[in-house]
Design a protein around this ligand. Structure first.
Ligand code: GAL
Length: 669
């Protein structure tokens, strides 16, 4: 097990922007670059979709325009981030090798040329091409001091591209199964294929788990998702391997989307990178999470994003490598891809930028410099409008620059947390595959735990299920049906209190009910057995009493037998709802936020972690001696207990959609 600690130290905070020189007349480049510098931007990212211009025909390269663009941008004082263009294989390549295209697993059609990400992670041909173009670029620019570093590809897995039902994916999956299980009988037994006469006579007869009459075998689906995750990681690792020998003194990063959307083990995906980057689109993403299921929250935070939602992903990014990260794309105005695309409330572009920095980002780069007047994203804001006039974001970035100046002299170590939230992509897979209660998906449960912790002003590290947990006082495992030995080991090595949410330990590696029933291996920590599970309609909630108050049980309710453990809460009249063995607790039902808040206050108190109830719209976080407060509400919000602090920005009253920043008195320079 790798035991990494968060790195600290001085952070060189900076801003950047995503730019497409190939989209604009060359005559504009110098002025664009000059304006970027005048605005206070230091980095400019280019090239991630430019394959057709870099290699217009097979083996025929045109670097002249790129050289001139780099010359202009760097000449103006900008540091360039160069991307590998593998997200957009050009038409000549697809025509020469149509089997690069992926097949839609849900509808069975080939996903064609004409947008982006039209490649199959299982295409050996594409892997070769991607390595080739990555190496060509790295060879040419890998020791160019004007290039600060590299972004690989673009948002791997975006647009639901992890899974493919192509013949190549099928044969690669068959090979994966053979490697994994060795004998077909072992696979049949592991998957329980006898159930509906689903037994396979040989590895080469294995189907992909799509387009069946009713649900495919969950174990088969889980195996496919593991395989698909490994394919993405292999593809990405191979591209980096092709670059590394040529890259001298430059870093390599990748711009991640939320872990849930990748369907990939992002902790593993991040391993070969120097640091992780994230593309932050608070409004569009909030709408997807809350829009259907918590419409009142989605409405209330329509122009800001939910106060904890952006931070949840920021903390996820900090956790991927347990170090600082970048925002490679920051939403600057309305986007074009959510069901509705409101304008951010005035102040939010500043707020989101500073919030990213507060949660551990070193650099925030905006997407994009100039709004496109053509092709797919015409309705997406940029820092300039298509006619090069300044958009609303401009003034907000000017404000950010002033704040960064105020922060520049200060050491900004990464935030430190006493509370860890354990997540794993397998939890998302299991809860998507076996829906049972459609609203009890792992990421929603994890987000509910996270937002309740943040409402109590707790800094949270979001860590993988094989992370070192030794430094934490409290560990939360909201939803983890498959528990691996590594977690049990690190729990044994910590003295932290541990809270498991419902469904933890409910499945084996092969998606079966453990022989000793749920929570399986966790029974060594909490002496209970799950007898049965019911799930409730999302519009039903049932009251229960806890410490003199009534709270609500909802969505997922287990009936458990309790062995040698104490019952701290009962629900549904008599059922054990919260059970404890020494420092380990198990919660047998999903609940409302109010119950979690009450429970968390108790656990934090026991663990000696101080907390304070935050106003609905205000969130705080600290980096070393510097404290940040963000107001997601439209009305000014007072901060209390900061009378002796020196304010670096704002004051004890945070304006609506505003930010206050202070530092402890008498520290630092
Ligand atoms: C990102 C993507 C960009 C652009 C942007 C629009 O997901 O990386 O290329 O499409 O969304 O919001």
């Amino acid at each position: 097990m790798t035991k990494q600690k968060f790195t600290g130290g001085n952070a060189a905070l900076a801003l950047g922007v995503c730019y497409y020189p190939e989209h604009w007349p060359e005559d504009d480049w110098a002025d664009d670059a000059a304006q970027m510098v005048a605005l206070g931007l230091r980095f400019v990212r280019i090239g991630e979709f430019a394959w057709s211009r870099l290699e217009p025909r097979e083996g025929v390269f045109d670097f002249d325009w790129l050289d001139r663009a780099i010359h202009t941008l760097a000449g103006a004082g900008l540091q360039v981030i160069l991307c590998t263009p593998t997200a957009t294989p050009p038409k000549w390549l697809i025509d020469a090798h149509p089997d690069i295209l992926p097949v839609d697993p849900h509808h069975g059609h080939t996903r064609g040329f004409g947008s982006r990400r039209h490649y199959d992670f299982s295409s050996p041909q594409f892997l070769k091409e991607a390595q080739r173009i990555s190496a060509v670029l790295a060879r040419r620019y890998g020791d160019d001091s004007r290039i600060a570093g590299w972004q690989t590809d673009n948002e791997l897995c975006c647009h639901d591209t992890t899974h493919s039902a192509s013949p190549q994916a099928r044969s690669a999956f068959q090979g994966w199964c053979k490697n994994h299980y060795g004998e077909i009988e072992r696979l049949n037994a592991a998957w329980g294929n006898v159930f509906w006469s689903m037994e396979y006579p040989s590895f080469d007869s294995i189907e992909l788990p799509f387009a069946t009459v009713t649900e495919p075998n969950p174990a088969h689906q889980l195996a496919y998702r593991r395989f698909a995750s490994e394919q993405v990681i292999h593809f990405h690792d191979s591209c980096i391997d092709a670059m590394r020998p040529h890259v001298q003194g430059q870093w390599i990063t990748h711009n991640f989307i939320p872990m849930k959307d990748t369907q990939v083990d992002c902790f593993a995906l991040a391993r070969p990178l120097d640091f992780v980057s994230y593309d932050s689109y608070p409004l569009g993403r909030s709408e997807f999470l809350l829009g259907r299921e918590e419409p009142e929250l989605a409405q209330r935070y329509m122009r800001t994003g939910h106060p904890d939602y952006t931070a949840y992903y920021l903390d996820q990014c900090r956790g991927l490598k347990r170090q600082g990260f970048w925002i490679m794309e920051q939403q600057p105005g309305p986007v074009n891809w959510a069901p509705s695309n409101p304008r951010p409330a005035e102040g939010m572009v500043t707020l989101w930028t500073l919030e990213a920095i507060a949660h551990g980002a070193d650099v925030v780069s905006y997407f994009r410099w100039r709004q496109a007047a053509f092709a797919q994203e015409q309705m997406h804001a940029g820092l300039l409008r298509p006619d090069r006039s300044r958009s609303d974001a401009w003034a907000e970035i000017e404000t950010v620059v002033k704040v960064l100046d105020a922060l520049a002299p200060l050491p900004l170590p990464q935030p430190t947390a006493q509370v860890a939230l354990v997540v794993d992509v397998s939890a998302q897979w299991v809860t998507e595959i076996e829906k049972q209660g459609q609203h009890a998906e792992a990421q929603r449960v994890a987000f509910q735990f996270y937002r309740c912790l943040r409402q109590l002003d707790i800094t949270v590290d979001i860590v993988s299920a094989d992370a070192d947990l030794a430094g934490y006082a409290l560990v939360m495992v909201p939803s983890l049906p498959i528990v691996r030995p590594a977690l049990l080991e690190s729990l044994a090595d910590t003295s932290a209190a541990v809270l498991f949410g419902p469904r933890c330990g409910a499945k084996t590696e092969e998606f079966q009910i453990p022989p000793q029933r749920a929570p399986g291996a966790l029974q060594t920590l909490v002496d209970i057995r799950v007898n049965s599970v019911e799930t409730l309609r999302p519009d039903v909630a049932e009251g229960f009493d806890y410490q003199g108050n009534t709270f609500l049980s909802r969505l997922w309710c287990e009936d458990i037998s309790v062995g040698n453990a104490s019952v701290e809460m009962r629900y549904q009249s008599t059922r054990a709802g919260l059970v404890r063995n020494n420092r380990c607790l198990y919660l047998a039902t999903l609940t409302d936020d109010a119950f979690l808040l009450q429970l968390f206050k108790n656990l934090l108190g026991e663990a000696g972690i101080s907390w304070q109830a935050m106003p609905d719209d205000v969130r705080c976080i600290r980096r070393g001696e510097v404290g940040f407060a963000f107001n997601y509400g439209a009305r000014p919000a007072p901060l209390t207990g900061l009378a002796d602090k020196t304010f670096l920005w704002g004051s004890e009253e945070i304006p609506g959609h505003g930010v206050s920043i202070w530092r402890e008195p008498g520290t630092g320079s």
